[in-house]
Structure formats: structure tokens, C-alpha cells
Write a protein that binds this ligand. Structure first.
Ligand code: SF4
Length: 465
């Protein structure tokens, strides 16, 4: 069988599996009830464009790399999103709306279903670049300043459209940024739900901060048990933490393979797997299985000396949030210059496994995972939090260049970019800082982003085609 023919089989096999997973909802539930959801929550209709998103990510990849991206897409993204929506919209348990950076295991162990409060804002531009725009506009028309991060404007628009599921409570924190806190205050007013806030110290890396947040979690459990019929099942929590640790172990092995030149996998087969397992599948054996599949593919490529890309020329570290509406910037750069995305900031962290020895140690581990949440771990506290991980990843993975997105609505990272420029210059690290808007392709278009990248690749990296 030729390589091209095998790639076609892989591509179409997973394409069919996407729809098989989606159609399962209609078979296992009353189809009329499922169809009604698409009218009650119009944002769900965006998800019907999932095939086009799949084609953008998988259409130009090949071999085991194609399989890695496809398996992440289907067994990770599609599976978890479908399960998440099924639990929330069709399940019978009480639903808690959970701030996007808080992980769900503690609440699952208490018997709640959790709705990731910003799921739609993350998913819609990924699946279809312009899908969030009406919600962003609604947020702006309501009075949210235009220069606020579009992630929040989209959430406000969703809130005003009344597209949040029925829930019993809202759990949030004061992290990662002030805009987030402002958005949750509005959410509290509009949804009229009881709100539980976890206070996270600004400099969260000390033992004292972990002690403090652990106390916050104890207090939160006490209040949720007092106000609802749900109770903490510590054995269930231990199981989930142990599973989380097993996932971490396999993921670290996968990351270890990424040190090889050429890298055996890249981009979505590494970072997207982390995003979906970490946010939607944490503590579930399916996450460990997904990482094992990816590790197996990476090891097979390593054994044969095959790289993910036909010709890896530049190893990229992407730091700060990426443009969600133009996430295929990576597959575009792969084709243009042989750029392999090795690691990115929302995935990269260096937390230890959770100690499951006692209730207290488990809560400490979860407290750390909340404080070191994606985005929060690099945008709160001293600049070292942003810089140290970056330079550690740069050294660990033999990186050739760093790209940092300057999201126009993110005041926190804007403040760090000057320091980053100086530090990279001193260390002789090629650095691209590109302007973009995280969720809105109208302000800085994908073509404009491409132009910024092209100028950097040609002038700084001297990359021809
Ligand atoms: S990108 Fe910046 S402004 Fe937007 S949510 Fe993240 S930390 Fe906040």
C-alpha cells in the first residue's frame, strides 16, 4: 500500500468516526430532545461545521503524524466535547458552571456535572473563524470596552443571549486576570446563581500560597455540601487523582520523545491532546489511553528515524495564547517553511503528580493545579513565571525560534513583551512578536498575521521556500 493511499484511508476512517460519535447522541437519547437543543442553544450549530475544521487540521498531514492529529481530534476533542455537552444538556445530575481555568475533578467527585463556562468561546472560533463575532458584537454593544480581550466579549455576548445551561451554582476565582473577574461579576448578576469564589494569591508559587488555596478548597467543599445535596466522595477523588497521575506519566514520556530531531510528532498531536484531556477529560482513563496511542505513534516514528514533517527545518516554541480563529497557522507554516511546533504555553507546565496519600495532600495538589492553570501560570505574579518556563522549554526541546502572540486585548502579557524582547536578544534567541486578536479575525486578519510571520521568517530566519 502506498503512503498516500494509506493516508487517505486514515483520513476517511477518522472522518467517519467523527460523525459516528456525534450521531451516537441521537441513538442514545430522544432525537427530538437533541434536535431541540440546537434551537434552544444556537451556538451548538457551529459544531456542525466540525468536518471543515478536521479538514483544515488533517488535510495536509501525513503518515503517523496525520494519524496522531486525527486520533486527537476524534478520541480527544470530538469525544470529550460530545460527552461534556451530553452530561450538561441531557444528563440528570446537578450542573455547576465552572470557570474555564479550574479543573473539574473535585466537582465530579462531589457528584456534579460541570459546564466549562467558556467552552463556547474557545470552540466556536476554532471550528469556524467568524462564528463568535455576533457574540463579541453583542458584548461590545452592551458596553464592554472594545479593547477588552475578545474572549470575554464573546462570553458576555453568550451570557446576554441566554445560552448558558440550567445550573445550580457558579464557581470561579480571581485568576488569571482582572478582565476575567469583571466578566464573572457580570455573569453573577445575569445568571442569578449562587457564586463561590476561590481566592488565589497574586504570587501563587510559594508554600504559603498553596496552604492558603488548600484552605479555600476545604471551605468551598464545606459550603457546597451545606448548600446542595452533593457530598464529597474522597475515594472517587482519589481514583480521579490517580488516573490524572497515570495520564501525566504517559504524557511526560510523549514530551520526552519531542526532544528528538526531527520530532516524531508535532503541533495538535501534542498540544491539542493536552488541552482537551486537561480541561474536559482529566481523571478519566480515556485520557491515559489517548496519550498511550500518541506515545506509540511517536515511538514507532522514532524507531524508524521518521519525523512528523517530511522535512523539519525549524523547531518552534509558541508562547502565550494562539489565535483561536486561525489555529491552522501552524499547518500553514509547516507547509511554507518546514516549521514544527514542538511545544506551546497553554500545554507546558512542570507540576508534580498529586500525592494521593491523604485528603489534605490531594487538596494541596488540586490547589496547585488551580493556581498553575493554563494562562494563569504565565500571566500572574512576577515576570519570571512567564519567562522561566519559556527558557526552560527552549533549552529542553532544542528550539530554534520563539513566536509570541501579542493579543491586543491582553494587558498583562503586553506588559511582559518588552522584557521578553530584551531577554531573548541577550540570549540570542530569534523572537517573533506578532499582533493578533485572540478570538476576532476582523481586527487583525489571518492574512495580516501571515504577513507578520512571513517577514520574520524571511528577514530573521533567512528562510526561503
Ligand atoms: S488572554 Fe490575557 S486578557 Fe485574555 S483571558 Fe487570558 S490573561 Fe485574560
Amino acid at each position: 500500500m502506498t503512503g498516500k493511499f494509506r493516508d487517505k484511508i486514515i483520513y476517511w476512517r477518522y472522518f467517519i468516526l467523527i460523525w459516528a460519535k456525534a450521531l451516537r447522541l441521537f441513538v442514545t437519547h430522544n432525537p427530538v430532545k437533541v434536535i431541540r437543543l440546537f434551537f434552544r442553544y444556537p451556538w451548538l450549530r457551529t459544531l456542525l461545521k466540525v468536518s471543515a475544521f478536521y479538514a483544515r487540521l488533517c488535510g495536509n498531514r501525513q503518515g503517523r503524524y496525520l494519524e496522531g492529529v486525527a486520533v486527537t481530534f476524534v478520541d480527544g476533542l470530538v469525544r470529550y466535547v460530545a460527552e461534556h455537552l451530553e452530561e450538561v444538556f441531557l444528563g440528570s445530575k446537578k450542573v455547576i458552571i465552572l470557570e474555564g481555568i479550574l479543573s473539574r475533578e473535585m466537582f465530579k467527585a462531589m457528584g456534579f456535572n460541570t459546564y466549562l463556562a467558556e467552552l463556547h468561546s474557545m470552540l466556536m472560533p476554532l471550528v469556524s473563524a467568524h462564528a463568535l463575532e455576533p457574540y463579541i458584537d453583542k458584548g461590545e454593544n452592551y458596553g464592554v470596552p472594545a479593547d477588552i480581550c475578545s474572549y470575554h466579549k464573546g462570553n458576555v455576548g453568550m451570557l446576554l443571549s441566554r445560552e448558558y445551561p440550567d445550573s445550580v451554582a457558579l464557581v470561579t476565582s480571581n485568576s488569571p486576570c482582572d478582565q476575567y473577574v469583571g466578566m464573572y461579576t457580570l455573569m453573577e448578576m445575569e445568571l442569578g446563581l449562587p457564586v463561590y469564589r476561590i481566592d488565589i494569591p497574586y504570587n501563587f508559587t510559594t508554600d504559603r500560597a498553596t496552604d492558603y488555596v488548600t484552605g479555600e478548597l476545604r471551605d468551598l467543599i464545606r459550603k457546597l455540601e451545606r448548600d446542595t445535596s452533593c457530598r464529597m466522595d474522597w475515594d472517587r477523588l482519589r481514583e480521579m487523582c490517580e488516573e490524572r497521575n497515570r495520564s501525566l506519566e504517559v504524557e511526560l514520556e510523549l514530551w520526552e520523545t519531542m526532544r528528538a530531531k526531527p520530532a516524531p510528532l508535532a503541533a495538535e498531536a501534542v498540544y491539542l491532546a493536552h488541552w482537551v484531556v486537561d480541561r474536559l477529560g482529566i481523571g478519566d482513563p480515556s485520557g491515559t489511553r489517548l496519550y498511550k496511542r500518541l506515545l506509540h505513534l511517536a515511538q514507532a516514528n522514532l524507531a524508524e528515524g521518521i519525523g512528523a514533517l517530511p522535512r523539519e527545518r525549524y523547531r518552534l516554541l509558541l508562547w502565550n495564547v494562539p489565535p483561536f480563529h486561525f489555529i491552522d497557522i501552524i499547518s500553514w507554516a509547516e507547509r511554507e517553511w518546514g516549521v514544527a511546533l514542538i511545544m506551546e504555553a497553554l500545554s507546558y507546565n512542570r507540576l508534580s503528580p498529586i500525592d494521593t496519600g491523604s485528603q489534605e495532600t490531594m487538596l494541596r495538589g488540586i490547589a496547585q493545579s488551580f493556581t498553575y492553570a493554563p494562562m494563569a501560570r504565565h500571566s500572574r505574579g512576577p515576570a519570571e513565571n512567564f519567562l522561566n518556563d519559556l527558557f526552560h522549554a527552549y533549552r529542553t526541546y532544542n528550539i530554534d525560534m520563539v513566536w509570541t502572540g501579542a493579543n491586543i486585548g491582553c494587558k498583562k502579557s503586553a506588559a511582559l513583551l518588552g522584557i521578553l524582547r530584551e531577554r531573548c536578544r541577550a540570549a540570542d534567541i530569534p523572537l517573533l512578536i506578532f499582533n493578533f486578536d485572540i478570538m476576532d479575525p476582523r481586527t487583525i486578519t489571518p492574512d495580516n498575521i501571515k504577513e507578520q510571520v512571513r517577514t520574520f521568517m524571511e528577514n530573521t530566519m533567512s528562510a526561503g521556500h
